[in-house]
Design a protein. Structure first.
Length: 434
C-alpha cells in the first residue's frame, strides 16, 4: 500500500511544477542573468525531485513555494560558485538569503508578477524568430513539454526542440535582457506574448491528445497570465483585454463540454444552464474594455464570436450569419486554414451543408490540415446532414486515423458505427426493391 505522505507529496509537487516552475525559473533568471536560462530550468526540475524525496519524511513546508524558490537559488549558487565572473554577486546573494524554515516567505506578489512577465518578454525578443519565441515561452514560462508544444503547433517534436535550442542560444549570444520592454518596443513584443497565451489556452480548451478533452490547468494558467498583463500599467492594452475576453467567454462553456461519463457534449447539445455566468460577465466586461483602441485585432473578432455563442439562448437562436461575417473579417486578418475551417462550419449552419462542403473543398488539401482530425470530422458531419451516409462514414474513418483525444475518438467511432448502420440499412432496402 502506498505511503499516504508520499502520495500527498506527489500530488502537491505535480501541481507546483505546473503552476510554480515558471515563476521560479523567472526569479532565478532575474537574479543570475538570462544566459543561465538552461541552468535555471534544470535546477528547478532537480529541486522538484528533491521535494519528492524529502517532504514525505520531513513534512511539507508551510510555504512550499518559498522552500522551492530558496532551495533552487542555493543550488544555482553551488553550481556557479567556481565561476569568477559571479564571485562577488554570489557573495552578496548569500549574505541576503534568509535561512530556509517551514514558514519561509517567497518573493512578493508584485516581484513575482514582474518576474513572470519579464521572462515571457525575454523569450519573445524580436531577435528570436516568431515561431521560436512562442515555442520557448510555452516550454520555459508555462511548463509545456516538448510534445505539448509540438501539438500546439501541429508540427514535429524534433522541429520544436531545435527551435527552442536555437532560441536559448540566441539569448546567450545576444545578451538579451530580462525585463519588460520600454514603450517603443512593447507593441511588437506584446503580439508574440499574446500568441503564447492564445496557444496555451487553446491546448487546454481542446487538448490534442490524451484521456481528457479539456485541460483546465492550461486554461487557468492562460487566463492568469492574461490578467497579469491586463492589470500591469504598461501592458493593459485593448488587445490584451480582447484576448482575455475571448478566453473567459470560451472557458465559461467548459463545464458543459463533457458529460459525467467523460463523453463529449457538442455545442448544440450542451446544457447551457451549466455555463459559468460569472465568467461570461467578466468576459463581456473585458470585451467592452477592448473597444478603447483604434486597431481591430483577430482577438477582438474571435471574442465577439465567442460573445455571440455565450449570450445566445439556444443553438437554434445563434446568429450564424453574423458569425460567418466575423469569420470573413478574421480570415482577412489571419488567412489560416483553421480560420477557413471554422468559417465553413458557421456558413453551413447559415446556408446549409452543401455551402460548408463547397467551402471545405477549397482547403481540404492544405498541408497544415493533412493530419488534423477536425477537417474530416466536419466533412463527415456535413455529408451526414446532406444525406450521404457512405461519404460520412468515409470521412469519420479518416478522422479516426488522425491524432485526437480519447473522448473525441469514442465520439468519432460511435458516429462511424451509426453511419455504417445507415449504409447497411440502405443496402438492405435496395436489395428488397430488386
Amino acid at each position: 500500500m502506498e505511503n499516504p505522505a508520499k502520495q500527498q507529496t506527489e500530488i502537491l509537487v505535480d501541481h507546483l511544477f505546473r503552476h510554480e516552475a515558471g515563476k521560479i525559473v523567472a526569479t532565478l533568471v532575474r537574479i543570475f542573468g538570462s544566459r543561465y536560462l538552461d541552468l535555471a530550468e534544470d535546477v528547478v526540475q532537480d529541486t522538484m525531485i528533491r521535494a519528492l524525496q524529502l517532504w514525505p519524511f520531513q513534512g511539507i513546508p508551510e510555504n512550499p513555494e518559498g522552500w522551492l524558490t530558496l532551495t533552487a537559488k542555493r543550488r544555482v549558487i553551488d553550481l556557479l560558485r567556481r565561476e569568477a565572473s559571479l564571485a562577488d554577486k554570489i557573495t552578496e546573494i548569500e549574505r541576503n538569503l534568509p535561512q530556509v524554515t517551514r514558514g519561509e516567505e517567497g518573493p512578493g506578489d508584485e516581484d513575482k508578477m514582474d518576474d513572470e512577465l519579464s521572462l515571457i518578454f525575454m523569450c519573445c525578443h524580436p531577435a528570436i524568430p516568431r515561431e521560436s519565441q512562442v515555442a520557448l515561452t510555452l516550454k520555459t514560462a508555462c511548463g509545456f513539454s516538448i510534445g505539448e508544444v509540438a501539438r500546439a503547433f501541429l508540427i514535429q517534436q524534433a522541429t520544436i526542440a531545435q527551435r527552442i535550442v536555437r532560441a536559448k542560444r540566441q539569448i546567450r549570444e545576444r545578451g538579451i535582457v530580462f525585463e519588460i520592454p520600454i514603450a517603443d518596443q512593447l507593441s511588437e513584443r506584446l503580439n508574440a506574448v499574446l500568441q503564447v497565451l492564445y496557444l496555451l489556452f487553446n491546448e487546454g480548451h481542446s487538448a490534442t491528445q490524451g484521456e481528457n478533452l479539456v485541460r483546465d490547468d492550461f486554461c487557468e494558467e492562460a487566463i492568469r497570465l492574461g490578467l497579469l498583463l491586463a492589470r500591469h500599467p504598461r501592458t493593459g492594452r485593448p488587445e490584451v483585454h480582447a484576448l482575455l475576453a475571448l478566453m473567459m467567454l470560451q472557458a465559461a462553456r467548459l463545464p458543459a463540454r463533457t458529460k459525467p461519463d467523460g463523453a463529449i457534449a457538442l455545442l448544440a447539445d450542451q446544457d447551457r444552464s451549466q455555463w459559468n455566468q460569472r465568467l461570461i460577465g467578466l468576459g463581456m466586461r473585458h470585451l467592452a474594455q477592448s473597444a478603447g483602441g483604434s486597431e481591430m485585432t483577430s482577438y477582438h473578432l474571435q471574442a465577439e464570436i465567442a460573445a455571440i455563442h455565450a449570450t445566445a439562448n439556444s443553438d437554434a437562436e445563434t446568429d450564424w450569419a453574423r458569425i460567418t461575417t466575423l469569420y470573413d473579417q478574421l480570415h482577412q486578418i489571419e488567412p489560416s486554414p483553421i480560420v477557413a475551417l471554422n468559417r465553413a462550419v458557421a456558413l453551413s449552419r447559415w446556408r446549409g451543408p452543401w455551402a460548408g462542403i463547397n467551402a471545405l473543398n477549397e482547403i481540404k488539401h492544405h498541408p497544415m490540415l493533412s493530419n488534423y482530425h477536425l477537417l474530416p470530422a466536419v466533412l463527415a458531419d456535413l455529408w451526414n446532414r446532406a444525406g450521404d451516409a457512405t461519404k460520412a462514414a468515409e470521412y469519420y474513418s479518416a478522422a479516426l486515423n488522425c491524432p485526437c483525444t480519447e473522448p473525441e475518438r469514442r465520439l468519432l467511432q460511435s458516429r462511424l458505427e451509426n453511419e455504417r448502420a445507415l449504409c447497411k440499412a440502405e443496402e438492405g432496402k435496395r436489395n428488397k426493391r430488386k
